[in-house]
Design a protein around this ligand. Structure first.
Ligand code: PMP
Ligand code: GLU
Length: 394
């Protein structure tokens, strides 16, 4: 069988693979605790479900424009005005089948063969693969643990070439939960302007921020930077709507137009009932988003000290999202494992705890645990990990 170079150059999503493996073991009757999936454990708030149902009963069950319902675009424009204090017109917005789809359309729109995209590591698993699918080349810059996994202008200067087209910014970050400060965003934004790079700002964890901090979009730093930025966002994480598949992109009208053309020949519109649910999600907000955020913050306070108390685990404190990304190098070595991947496989087999190896995020000494799971299960998982580490090192 012959396959395209597009599919042979990419690997399956590690996050989705681990989640599927944990579900498979569970279905076989094993007592598995899955900390792999990056999705909130709450059901979608009922006002959203009810609004979506009502829209279908009222007859909204047909195609919409490929780039999304005009009413939804207006709601998204309002959201940007209120939350980021930035203005967009409907021509600068596209609604897609999840933020992942937004990113896929974007890279296929802006990249020519061999164009480079700078991806700070640790990175979300799909960025490099999506760049490759679009014919581009991912160029990694390592965010050092001692600098809270953040990259600096000096590091970026070393990798930029005349082929570099864009830089990805993901704040708060999956998998580290780390956030860039305003002055850091300003410096990165200026670097991109100086080097004529587009800024791809993935803001999907915007609503999940802790410690009283506020989200800052790189696009709100200055008008000039905004004009060079393409924002990716969606309701998957903020409104616990992962299965609804609604994301969106805001940016230059010409880019949005081309992305919409691509969507019109591939997916057409995102599901109409999910679009109506999203209109309600933003317009009829009933406090659910904040309640979920508070719940994640409470869990973070409880789970982080537990995790850090495992011998050989060191963890940078996250400021957002719902992941912990400890460095487990010492535990892996003391346990006699050749790699973190092997350690993770043994943990799943022996203790029935599913976590994601850091290799998928470009950081092979770390593992990612999602605390978007109930607290008791998380604490039980930590106990099992502790037992595993102690057993392997004795
Ligand atoms: N960006 C990041 C950083 C993510 O973690 C995810 C995972 N859900 C996505 C984008 C994609 O989100 P969606 O489910 O809306 O496709
Ligand atoms: N983004 C989530 C994660 O990192 C969901 C899985 C995926 O889409 O890769 O776990």
């Amino acid at each position: 069988m012959k396959f395209s170079s597009k599919v042979t150059s990419i690997t399956p999503s590690t996050t989705l693979a681990i989640t599927a493996k944990a579900k498979e073991l569970k279905a076989q009757g094993h007592d598995v605790i899955g900390l792999g999936a990056g999705e909130p454990d709450f059901n979608t708030p009922s006002y959203i479900i009810e609004a979506s149902y009502k829209s279908m009963v009222e007859g909204h069950t047909k195609y919409t424009p490929a780039g999304g319902l005009p009413e939804l675009k207006n709601v998204i424009i309002e959201k940007f005005k209120n939350d980021q204090h930035i203005e967009y017109s409907p021509e600068e917005i596209i609604v897609t089948n999840g933020a992942k789809h937004s990113l896929a359309l974007l890279f296929q729109t802006i990249l020519q063969e061999d164009d480079e995209v700078i991806i700070p590591s640790p990175y979300w698993v799909s960025y490099p693969e999506q760049v490759k699918i679009a014919g581009g080349k991912p160029v990694f810059v390592e965010g050092k643990e001692e600098n809270e996994f953040k990259v600096t202008k000096e590091q970026l200067e070393k990798v930029v070439t005349n082929k570099t087209r864009a830089l990805i910014v993901n704040s708060p970050s999956n998998p580290t939960g780390v956030m860039y400060e305003k002055d850091e965003l300003k410096e990165i934004g200026q670097f991109c302007l100086d080097n004529d790079l587009l800024i791809v700002s993935d803001e999907i964890y915007e609503k999940l921020i802790y410690g009283g901090k506020n989200h800052i979009s790189i696009a709100e730093v200055s008008e000039e930077i905004k004009n060079n930025t393409i924002i990716i966002n969606g309701v998957s994480k903020s409104h616990s709507m992962t299965g609804w598949r609604i994301g969106y992109t805001a940016g230059h009208a010409e880019i949005i137009k081309k992305m919409t053309t691509l969507a019109s020949h591939t997916t057409s519109n995102p599901a109409v009932m999910a679009q109506h649910g999203t209109i309600a999600a933003y317009q009829q907000e009933d406090g659910s988003v904040e309640k979920m955020r508070q719940s994640f913050e409470e869990r973070l306070h409880k789970v982080l000290p537990e995790l850090e108390s495992i011998p050989g685990f060191k963890c940078v404190k996250p400021q957002g999202a719902f992941y912990l990304f400890p460095n487990v190098k010492e535990a892996v070595q003391t346990g006699g494992f050749a790699s973190t991947d092997e350690w993770v496989t043994a943990l799943l087999e022996e203790e029935k705890v599913a976590v994601v190896p850091g290799s998928g995020f470009g950081s092979p000494d770390n593992i990612r645990l999602s605390y978007a799971t109930d607290l008791d299960s998380f604490l039980e998982a930590v106990n099992r990990i502790r037992q595993f580490v102690q057993r392997k090192s004795s």
